[in-house]
Design a binder for this molecule. Structure first.
Ligand code: S3P
Length: 178
C-alpha cells in the first residue's frame, strides 16, 4: 500500500516551458481549492537569499539545478498545494518522479510565438537573455519531450485563466476518480 505522502491527490503540480502561464494559473487554481500556492523558484530564492538571476550569475546553472531538486523534495512532502515549477525542473528524471508520485501533474503548453510575446519584456530569466526568439525556438526543440510525463497536457494559448482552472479541476477529478 502506498504511503499517504505518495498520493497523486495530495497536490497539483504545474510544469511547462517558461511563459506557459504556470504562475498566472497557479494562484487562481489554489484560491479555488482553498489550497496554498507555492512556486519552487520563490522557495529557492528564499533559501538562497538571492534572486534567480543572481544565482545564475554568482554561481551557475548546475548549482541552481541542485537547489531546484532540494526545493522539489521539500515542497513535495507537503499536501494541499498548487506547485508551480521552473521550466527546466523536468530535465532531471528524479525531479519528474518526485513531482509525479505526490502530485497530479499538469503540463501547460503554448506555441513559440505566444511564449515570446509573454516573456519578451522579462529580464528575470537568465536562460532567455540574448537573442530571445532564437533561444525560445532552440529550447522548445531541446525540451519537446520533457513535459510528456504529465498526467494532462493543456494548451494555454487561446484560453482564459478561468477556463484553464476549470479544465484542470475537471481532468483531475475524472482521472483520480474524486
Ligand atoms: C528556467 C525557468 C525559470 C527558472 C530558471 C530556469 C528553465 O522558471 O526556473 O530561470 O530552465 O526553463 P519559469 O519557468 O517559471 O520562468
Amino acid at each position: 500500500m502506498k504511503a499517504w505522502s505518495q498520493d497523486k491527490s495530495n497536490n497539483i503540480v504545474l510544469i511547462g516551458f517558461m511563459g506557459t502561464g504556470k504562475s498566472t494559473v497557479g494562484p487562481e487554481l489554489a484560491h479555488r481549492l482553498g489550497w496554498e500556492f507555492i512556486d519552487t523558484d520563490r522557495v529557492i530564492e528564499e533559501h538562497e537569499g538571492r534572486t534567480i538571476p543572481q544565482i545564475f550569475e554568482e554561481k551557475d546553472e548546475a548549482y541552481f539545478r541542485v537547489k531546484e531538486t532540494e526545493a522539489i523534495e521539500i515542497v513535495m512532502s507537503g499536501v494541499k498545494q498548487v506547485i508551480s515549477t521552473g521550466g527546466g525542473a523536468v530535465l532531471k528524471e528524479y525531479n519528474c518522479q518526485k513531482l509525479s508520485e505526490s502530485g497530479y501533474v499538469i503540463a501547460l503548453m503554448a506555441d513559440a510565438d505566444t511564449i515570446i510575446s509573454r516573456v519578451k519584456k522579462d529580464t528575470n530569466r537568465p536562460l532567455l537573455q540574448g537573442n530571445l526568439e532564437q533561444r525560445v525556438y532552440q529550447m522548445l526543440e531541446e525540451r519537446k519531450h520533457a513535459y510528456q510525463f504529465a498526467d494532462k497536457q493543456i494548451d494555454t494559448a487561446q484560453r482564459t485563466i478561468e477556463d484553464l482552472v476549470g479544465i484542470i479541476l475537471e481532468s483531475r477529478n475524472s482521472d483520480l476518480k474524486l
